[in-house]
Ligand binder design. Sequence first.
Ligand SMILES: C[S@@+](CC[C@H](N)C(=O)[O-])C[C@H]1O[C@@H](n2cnc3c(N)ncnc32)[C@H](O)[C@@H]1O
Length: 218
Amino acid sequence: MAGGDTSEGWRTSYGRVRKDPFRAVEDTNRDRLVRLGVDQLDRSARVLDVGAGDGNLARSLAGLGLTGVVGVEYQPELLALHPDRRRTVAGSATALPLPTSSVDAVVVMDVLHHVPQAALPDALAEVRRVLRPGGRLFVCEPAQTVTRRVLDAALHSPLHRLTRFSRDKRAMVDAEGQTFVDWLAAEHGFPTTVRSAGFTVELFERKWLHHYGRWRRA
Ligand SMILES: C[S@@+](CC[C@H](N)C(=O)[O-])C[C@H]1O[C@@H](n2cnc3c(N)ncnc32)[C@H](O)[C@@H]1O
């Protein structure tokens, strides 16, 4: 299993920063999904949520009216918290436990930066395998933007001690570990990696702290 930095410390701080004092996580998720165009899918589309975690994104996908969502998650501690265990399976992004050409769309949100760089082509090959021809891959991952560089500098200065939220955010960044550092260093090359895996781009943009990509399986 190709995993990244998803330790106990990471889970704890991730759980805390999700309680963003400025914005409900549901609103952030919905904005991201709409920006990607996930809301344009048929309501009955077969959608795979890779790195489903504790069901955070599943709730937002259901909120868009999508009824055919299945999740794959490799941390048993998070899987156990998922609200719909019947439609969630244990497995890794690099060995998806789904048949070939079995889904219309794959959503990957804040997951690939946990996957070691060397395993990214395997993860994308797996996404391509389970997608039907013409199916869509939606990706939202951290981007190395100016905003992120400024935020990162603040989090690594004494300023991070000012609020509980910024302390938790710093703890999470520290716990993310090497896959996150490597991801940010290589993030500019991600579109090339996805194209090489057999996808064509429909949308790619960087905004604030993330990039948003919609890709079509060739
Ligand atoms: C930051 S959370 C995001 C969860 C969810 N996608 C969301 O947007 O709320 C990252 C998730 O990816 C999972 N993950 C990391 N590497 C994975 C892998 N190789 N295969 C499957 N899941 C993975 C982690 O266990 C965690 O649940």
